[in-house]
Design a protein around this ligand. Structure first.
Ligand SMILES: [Zn+2]
Length: 323
């Protein structure tokens, strides 16, 4: 594409006007006070909550580096997210964008093209991705009008397994070191320290879940395949494919049948989605609803410990549900 300076200026002015008019939403910012004094700040923007938590750990206590989360901590996965003017403003101030990749942020492709100086970190880079589950998992039914067009699409929820999180943290740390070489040593040592703690959590979960009796579970949206793979759990069925799409009466009936047939005792809803469908299935089958957290959302304060804390809670829930 050829660049037309007049057109670019028009776009820039239009965006500027839009931003001035709309103002800026509240953004979670973790800023080092010394950086502000020196007046030279490297702003790292993260696309959504898990990237924010990981990056906060990696950029911890580095003078002159601030981490800003583009979306609110309660936004969740970005499958249906639309960029807001306030997000644009945050991106324009950033040197680096930390994305999950694996198509989670594909809605940003066009915007990123408009910001040629923005360095992109891709957390899932080089990782072995699982294929998105085909829609025929529920007894081979395919009649709900939604043709499965995601042939070859990958499941982006890699951070939900601890091994995936560790790999993403390493990836983010290494790419930040490349894009901001002045702080490379600190990014790397912070990464190492955080990975060590994630490894401890992983070991703790593996040994606790080693001897659980039941391994069949039903989950919500496609967030858990990596988690299930890591802990050798068997996802019998998924209640909702994506947030906001409640199962149809027919799908619900199929799910109830699946739960009855497989004698699944535990349904895992997620904190950020309505548990209505799960409760209906529970009522009909006698299975119980538990909350399993894919850490796609979290507390507003952006506690750097949030991922490890959520996994601790998940472990507790799993032990209770699958004992
Ligand atoms: Zn998701």
């Amino acid at each position: 594409m050829k660049f037309n300076p007049v057109r670019i200026m028009t776009v820039v002015v239009a965006i500027f006007l839009m931003l001035t008019a709309c103002g800026q939403g509240k953004k979670a910012v973790s800023q080092n006070p010394t950086a502000a004094k020196e007046g030279k700040t490297v702003t790292i923007v993260t696309s959504f909550y898990p990237m924010y938590i990981f990056t906060k750990n990696i950029a911890k206590d580095i003078p002159g580096v601030q981490v800003v989360n583009m979306t609110e901590p309660q936004t969740g996965c970005l499958h249906d997210y639309q960029l807001k003017p306030a997000d644009m403003k945050v991106l324009e101030q950033a040197k680096i964008l930390v994305s999950n990749g694996a198509d989670m942020e594909s809605f940003m492709d066009k915007v990123i093209q408009q910001l040629p100086n923005l360095k992109i970190v891709e957390a899932s880079k080089g990782m072995e991705l699982l294929k998105e589950e085909a829609h025929d998992q529920e007894d081979g039914h395919k009649e709900e009008g939604k043709e499965h067009d995601a042939e070859g699409a990958f499941n982006p929820h890699v951070w939900v397994s601890i091994s995936g999180a560790i790999q993403e943290v390493k990836n983010i740390g290494e790419q930040l070191a490349v894009h901001d070489p002045a702080n490379a040593v600190k990014y790397r040592s912070n990464t190492e320290e955080y990975v060590k703690r994630l490894e401890v959590q992983k070991g703790k979960m593996h040994s606790a879940l080693k001897d659980i009796k039941t391994r069949d579970i039903v989950t919500f949206h496609e967030a858990f395949p990596y988690f299930a793979k890591e802990f050798n759990l068997n996802i019998v069925s998924v209640v909702e494919r994506e947030p906001g799409s409640e199962p149809s009466a027919g799908e619900l009936a199929d799910l109830i049948k699946t739960v009855k047939d497989t004698k699944v005792k535990a349904l895992f809803a997620e904190p950020q989605y309505s548990a209505k469908a799960a409760e209906t299935i529970a009522r009909e089958t006698g299975a119980k609803v538990y909350i399993l957290d894919p850490v796609a959302t979290g507390p507003k304060d952006g506690d750097p410990e949030a991922y490890i804390k959520a996994m601790d809670k998940n472990l507790e829930v799993l032990l209770e549900a699958l004992k």
